[in-house]
Design a protein around this ligand. Structure first.
Ligand SMILES: [Zn+2]
Length: 263
């Protein structure tokens, strides 16, 4: 909703699952008012309601694993929470990529909390989705989430690092992804909800990534049992879409298909 951005949230993938949560970074652009206004002046246009999306899911599924976006440039789409962008490598280790690191796929937004609620009792992923669904004003908008809580169990997925020439798409990599598990600790899930109409452009429904409070465990959220959750959400009505202008993207055939389908 229109207000100055306070936080930026992003999930991104660096050939491995990568997550970043972001810090306050007021960022606005000015635009001329329409000419039929009596006074020619400028209005502030907040981009806090904008979903920034680099590359498309269908390309990523079809082995387009090179992008021209760098971690540093992604941070310009917002400043990271605590200044940090996290990468989870195939061995489950969490690190912070330098600004020159390549980003192949990213979802990001300036995060301002439109609504928050807490869940005291223990919930799993399905129960959490049901609780959030009940809070969505409409399922026709985009939403971002920041969910902090205590996790009795957390199961996260990574991705095996791919080397040129790329031979496996996400339709193969995801079902065979490395899985990391930890018990009884605290952390934050960040991610997005996209309406079903997003189709092959992005992940329809919920897509959450995770980072532990101690920043040593994370990845793509597969399953969990959590309690004392604080769910913060931001509704977004704008979607900025940037395609990788690479040879691989220009020449890819969109043959393989894969969707999570978490509603
Ligand atoms: Zn993911």
């Amino acid at each position: 909703v229109k207000s100055l951005p306070t936080k930026t949230l992003a999930t991104a993938l660096l050939l491995t699952s990568l997550l970043c949560t972001c810090d306050p970074a007021p960022k606005s652009q000015t635009a001329a008012k329409p000419n039929n206004d009596l006074e020619a002046s400028t209005i502030e246009v907040s981009i806090s309601d904008q979903f920034y999306h680099y590359s498309i899911w269908y390309a990523f599924v079809n082995k387009v694993y090179d992008g021209l976006l760098t971690a540093g440039e992604l941070k310009l789409q917002g400043v990271m929470l605590n200044g940090k962008l996290f990468q989870v490598t195939q061995d489950g280790k969490v690190s912070q990529p330098d600004n020159e690191a390549g980003i192949v796929y990213a979802n990001a937004t300036f995060f301002d909390v439109d609504k928050s609620f807490s869940i005291q009792e223990t919930v799993d992923y399905e129960a959490l989705r049901a609780r959030i669904n009940a809070q969505l004003a409409t399922k026709n908008m985009f939403y971002s989430f920041r969910i902090h809580g205590t996790f009795a169990t957390m199961k996260c997925g990574g991705l095996h690092k791919q080397e040129l020439p790329y031979t496996e798409g996400l339709d193969v990599l995801i079902p065979n992804r490395p899985v990391f598990e930890r018990e009884n600790f605290k952390g934050t899930m960040v991610g997005f909800y996209c309406p079903e109409f997003i189709g092959d452009i992005n992940v329809a429904g919920y897509h959450l990534h995770f980072i532990s409070d101690d920043e040593t465990f994370g990845g793509h959220v597969m399953a969990f049992s959590g309690n004392d959750l604080t769910v913060e959400m931001d509704e977004m009505s704008e979607y900025k879409f940037v395609l990788p202008d690479t040879k691989a993207y220009r020449e890819v055939g969109f043959d393989a298909n894969f969707q999570y389908k978490k509603q």
